[in-house]
Design a protein around this ligand. Sequence first.
Ligand code: GLY
Ligand code: MN
Ligand code: MN
Length: 504
Amino acid sequence: MSRVSEKQHKAEHRNRPTGEAFMAFMREGWAPRSDELPELTDAARYAAARREALSATFPGERLVVPAGGLKIRSNDTDYVFRPHSAFAHLTGLGADREPDAVLVLDPLPSGEGHGATLYFLPLADRDSEEFFADSRSGEFWVGSRPTLTSASAELGLSTRHLSELPDAMAKDLGPSGLAVRVVRDADREVATTVDRVREQSGLSSGEQAQEADLELARTLSTMRLVKDAWEVAQMQEAVEATATAFDAVVEHLPEAVRRGRGERWVEGVFGLHARHAGNGVGYDSICAAGDHATTLHWIRNTGEVRDGDLLLLDAGVETDALYTADVTRTVPVSGRFTEPQRRVYEAVLEAQEAGLAAVRPGNKFKDVHAAAIEVIARHLLEWGLLPEDVTLEQTLDADEGQFHRRWMVHGTSHHLGLDVHDCAQALREDYVEGELREGMVLTVEPGLYFKSDDLLVPEELRGIGVRIEDDVVVTADGARNLSAMLPRTVPEVEAWVREGGRRR
Ligand code: GLY
Ligand code: MN
Ligand code: MN
């Protein structure tokens, strides 16, 4: 095992020259490469501190964190590469770096702490065939890549050629030597290799080993619940870029209406800004007009955007360092809510206010949902939508009630960071039941969704879907709404649309 990227089929018809004279000709006549080294990045400084925290949890064990490899999209073209979030967190590498790389933390001989080594495919010399003939990593095809020394300077860790990884992974393992853990879901092939070296070294394998790996994944997920200062700044950057992209979408609403297939136009405008300001979208944008807004993850975006409809846009810019925003605004395409649209919107807004007010240190994560959903349930009760004779207490009962969830089936919040649904492997006791702590970033996103074929709701409400989603960082004594710059109240949203995306 060295490269874990999916193997591409070579086209039979390809005819690249291979003659000796041609090869020699390709190798010569290039100006020397610069030997200037990059500076250690801020991202790398913070990543070093995170590796130290991880090291303290697993003393004396080898920890293997793959970036993952290229995945084929179609024949010989790959999906744009995005490293696994645990790898990004522990190296500071973002954007499309580095396919096939693996970070290995090895216990230091002193027994104290770990040393970090990045195994990756460095820039190939000009006298290699890879230089001009490898369409996936060659400089001729995909551009320059770091050398071992430049990556080491940039990241503040040791670097080795990927070809040395198999031996390095197996070295000193054994019942009286080291144990090893791997982030399994980052790359299945690396995980299989780790399983094999475990067996060869007489270490326990099978279920026990998988449990050990799960514990590593859980620890990495839990570590990310609290963001450091650099991460909070990244989140703010992601949200600011997202707000700019939302403005652009609102500016383009008349165009989306005029062109037809307006949801795609909206997706494109948002995507343009996301790709320009950052790495791209953090997840597929939900551009849902009219009844499509009642489909929670509507990402087909094939529909019309019509005057008189609401447009629900749930989208986030991911920074180059891979931190994503996750914001939703629901706006009347015409610039004015109809009375039923407004009624639903105001109810969701009130629920969101209640949720936002519950975000403070000491409260539990689940308190945010409890605060928001109670408002949702109360409105549904007042509108006569819950089953007859069901009281507020009864519907809020976790086991026997929850009738209101027919119209808001999702949770109110999730952690947000490198993954849009961040820290997903953290245990319930640390996540849902956990206390909110300074540096946590979460969404507050209640909604109400009345499907057009829902016969239990009055006709005037059918086909209305509203979600309002903001990204909030927990501070020492409360919370800061990172996306507060975006219009949220009815008059603010109406003015925003009418003024073509200009915020007041
Ligand atoms: N965009 C998916 C979510 O809000 O969780
Ligand atoms: Mn969202
Ligand atoms: Mn969300």
